[in-house]
Design a protein around this ligand. Structure first.
Ligand SMILES: [Zn+2]
Length: 328
């Protein structure tokens, strides 16, 4: 993949990675994956990405604005911005790439076969060794709405684990989700862990639209990370109150047992206790069946709720994350 801007030059550059892919639509040309670099005086490099999943709009809006608003001359370092990382999925407003059906956030560390999605992941992997910090902005996309959260990967490297948690704190987002044993091993988080690079992912609402509060929090989180990495000076705000949680069991998911219309009772960010109803399932096929209460299996934080009113067996009505200690 060819990059049409010089990532080592100072100033503001906005260009594209040329993703060569030959199919009926792209036989002659390339898919332009947007990239920007904002570089001031010498200093650390921070990589910011959004559009890893194409139907998650909050991070794309935040980064598309910041590539114009950040003053490169005010930066003590370099920011590389990939505001629509999985460009084919962004163009289609889909989670996975329409070109090869692959999920970019499962394509790192050779998690996908050769193809356009793996090519994008491989490019990012070549940049990681030069980075002091990486942030990847997600949301619940079309299917879910998340509590605004910073996601920090737990690693066996205790220094890296501490750096990941410090970055999550610097976002000042209200929830920190610690990623561990049940998380994907081929995500961008995993690639950063393998490269020894501190990284934080974010979940910023979702539902196939943009929530103003999530957008504002995400923007402040990105600016906080740039200050945390030493690229922007200014007063350091006091620590924010952040609830630390993890998904440790399959029972975290409140699973829909049959096709139905789901009436939510809780909202992402609420607290629940085990046995408490989080949604009501209405059997539209069998109106003689009374509505079924879907209950939390665990006590904790409602990390995410379904964004759709109609769900099928196996869909999740909600995700309940358990509170964990700082060193979890
Ligand atoms: Zn995502």
């Amino acid at each position: 993949m060819f990059c049409d801007i010089d990532l080592d030059a100072r100033g503001r550059q906005i260009g594209a990675l040329r993703l060569v892919h030959s199919d009926d639509r792209h036989a002659f040309g390339h898919v332009p994956v947007p990239i920007a670099v904002l570089a001031g005086t010498s200093g650390p490099t921070v990589l910011l990405a959004a559009g890893n999943h194409g139907d998650e709009y909050e991070g794309q809006a935040i980064l598309l604005a910041l590539i114009h608003e950040l003053d490169p001359d005010a930066l003590a370092g370099r920011v590389i911005v990939l505001p629509g990382l999985n460009r084919p999925a962004v163009a289609a407003s889909t989670r996975v790439s329409p070109l090869d059906g692959m999920n970019l956030n499962r394509a790192f560390l050779n998690g996908a076969p050769p193809g356009p999605t793996r090519t994008i992941a491989a490019f990012v992997e070549t940049v990681l060794p030069s980075c002091a910090l990486v942030a990847d902005l997600h949301s619940g996309g079309s299917t879910a709405i998340y509590a605004d959260a910073a996601l920090a990967t737990r690693t066996s490297d205790t220094d890296l684990h501490a750096a990941n948690l410090a970055a999550a704190r610097a976002t000042r987002l209200p929830v920190i989700q610690v990623l561990g044993a049940t998380s994907s091993t081929t995500s961008l988080n995993s690639a950063c862990a393998a490269a020894g690079v501190p990284m934080v992912a974010m979940e910023l609402g979702g539902g196939g639209r943009i929530d103003r509060r999530s957008l504002t929090r995400g923007r402040e989180a990105v600016l906080g990370l740039l200050a945390h990495a030493g690229l922007m000076c200014g007063s350091v705000p006091p620590p924010a109150a952040q609830r630390m949680v993890a998904l440790k069991h399959p029972q975290s998911a409140v699973v829909v047992p049959s096709d139905g219309i789901v009436e939510p009772i809780v909202t992402a960010g609420d607290s629940v206790v085990a046995g408490e109803a989080v949604a009501v399932l209405h059997h539209w096929r069998e109106p003689r069946r009374p509505p079924l209460r879907l209950c939390a299996n665990l006590s904790g934080l409602v990390l995410a709720v379904a964004a759709r009113g109609r769900l099928e067996p196996g869909d999740h009505a909600a995700l309940i994350a358990e509170d964990v200690e700082e060193d979890a």
